[in-house]
Design a protein around this ligand. Structure first.
Ligand code: SF4
Ligand code: SF4
Ligand code: FES
Length: 505
């Protein structure tokens, strides 16, 4: 006998006076390979449920069938159905009936943006010619189905479409901007629609059914074009100049002060890369990290006053040329000082070293790079039994976008937390690949702190929902922004993963 299989659907009919959104559960005659729309069809046909949903091509081509499945935007004709799956209509749009929303507001914005070929001359008089390589980037963007999945997954959209038109529209603006035949001012338009408010969190890329790398190939590329073609906004210019002249995006002095008195050598096989933000804001955490590594048996070198910026902030802003130049300098310093392994506690540094340096420094060798959570997880036995000493027992963990979605590093930080006996990890509803951005990424903390804080407050709210009184992260940018976002009277402590271990050792 087959096992019972069911789905839950949020039902509502806007035409009925007294109807309220409510969940109904239905049994499904499941078979291998069943898609969500098959399940809805099955329930409608066999049980007369009359659930309203949209469907057209059934082949992932029209983008009309997007719904929320277990809280994630999904094409109902593409995604396999799962037992117990909760199906809901897309958020932010008025619900017409059940899983059908009124997309009018999205269509109107399309019209506003005119994502079709636009020229400032008489189109009938010109010879339309562009090479394959010229149109390739635009072609990738033109795969967009207009399915709205990226739009509803974007954390910035939660703050309103006024601050950021959203990833779907940026993809369409990118399509036109990358098209050599389009002469409209698309890049300036993208900036007007909030191009620099994207936190580069990657939630859009994660849900895109066409696999478009929205954060990098649409948004970051639009930023790169913006810096080349338009007047650079003052905060972006400052980050660029500070990184070049002061080796940190803030333009501060004394980045190495945290390491004074530690007697760390300035060269060696294993280098501890402190990162700019930690160096200025979390000196104590860095000291604890070095002490932890020593306890594990790893002696590290530190470049102190010679530590450059990893270049992540300038890359986030779209300054590819500045990033490449900086990366060449960083790689040269690692080579000159014989670094074989680099350990960092910063998720931004970890991401650029592991993902972006190989792309921008083709052929230049880099040392192996590890996040400190990986090192602690691998060697936690050397730290002996770690029992809870902190007063709190219930904690939750925030996956930094850079570590999680970008690099797939989910388990090591959880293994580190699991090494402390007597504390319980309670996951947030949005966790791992579905994690909600803390708000600091993509340069937003540096150029639009109000937006960063608004997103941070939402993440704190999600953390509070778990009943935890400690929120742990593994990135100084997340930690700083979450700390800045804690409201007065909010009873939650923000901690770095290194501080968590150090406090309980
Ligand atoms: S990267 Fe994140 S913030 Fe940027 S558009 Fe995508 S989902 Fe929105
Ligand atoms: S970019 Fe991808 S997720 Fe966004 S609307 Fe287009 S197809 Fe859908
Ligand atoms: S019905 Fe066309 S994409 Fe799903």
């Amino acid at each position: 006998m087959s096992k019972p299989f069911s789905i839950k659907v949020l039902r509502y009919d806007s035409q009925l006076d007294n109807d309220r959104p409510h969940y109904e559960e239905y049994s499904v005659d499941y078979y291998e390979g069943m898609r969500i729309w098959h399940a809805i069809d099955d329930v409608n046909l066999k049980h007369g449920a009359n659930i309203a949903s949209r469907l057209s091509c059934r082949e992932f081509l029209c983008g009309i069938c997007t719904i929320m499945a277990n809280g994630k935007p999904t094409l109902a004709c593409k995604a396999p159905v799962e037992n117990g799956m909760v199906l809901e209509p897309l958020p932010y749009f008025p619900v017409t009936r059940d899983l059908v929303v009124d997309r009018d507001i999205a269509e109107r914005r399309f019209q506003e943006l005119r994502p079709w070929l636009s020229r400032d001359d008489d189109i009938s008089q010109i010879e339309m010619k562009a090479s394959q390589s010229e149109v390739l980037p635009a072609r990738e963007m033109s795969q967009c189905l207009g399915c709205l999945a990226c739009l509803v997954a974007c954390p910035v959209i939660k703050e309103g479409w006024e601050t950021f038109a959203g990833p779907m529209y940026q993809v369409h603006l990118a399509k036109s901007a990358f098209n050599p035949l389009d002469t409209a001012k698309r890049v300036a338009e993208a900036a007007q629609y909030g191009l620099f408010n994207c936190t580069q969190c990657g939630a859009c890329t994660d849900v895109c059914p066409k696999g478009i790398n929205i954060q990098e190939k649409a948004i970051r590329q639009l930023r790169t074009l913006f810096l080349r073609e338009e007047e650079i906004p003052k905060p972006v210019k400052e980050v660029k100049e500070n990184t070049k002249r002061k080796s940190n995006p803030f333009g501060k002095e004394g980045k190495w002060h945290w390491a004074e008195g530690l007697n760390l050598p300035k060269s060696g096989d294993t280098v501890f890369f402190a990162g700019c933000l930690s160096s200025f804001e979390s000196g104590d955490t860095l000291k604890k990290a070095v002490a932890l590594l020593r306890k594990i048996g790893i002696e590290v070198a530190c470049y102190a006053e010679d530590e450059p910026c990893c270049g992540s902030p300038v890359l986030n802003m779209g300054d590819e040329d500045g990033f490449r130049e900086n990366a060449q300098d960083v790689a040269r310093r690692f080579r000159a000082r014989g670094a074989k392994t680099v350990i960092t506690g910063c998720a931004e540094c970890y991401r650029v070293f592991t993902l972006d340096y190989p792309k921008y420094l083709a052929g230049i060798e880099m040392p192996e790079v590890k996040h400190i959570s990986q090192v602690i997880a691998e060697s936690k036995d050397k730290l002996g039994v770690i029992s809870r000493k902190m007063p709190e027992t219930r904690i939750t963990y925030h996956d930094p976008c850079r570590l999680g979605r970008d690099c797939g590093l989910y388990q090591a930080p959880r293994d580190v937390i699991g090494a402390v006996s007597g504390i319980e990890l309670h996951e947030m509803a949005k966790t791992r690949a579905d994690s909600f951005c803390c708000g600091a990424g993509g340069g937003v903390k540096l150029i639009n702190n109000d937006l960063a804080i608004a997103l941070g407050k939402e993440r704190i709210r999600q953390a509070r929902e778990t009943g935890s009184s400690v929120l742990v992260s593994a990135c100084p940018w997340c930690e700083q922004n979450l700390r800045d976002s804690v409201r007065e009277g909010d009873d939650i402590r923000i901690m770095d993963i290194v501080d968590l271990i150090a406090e309980n050792l």
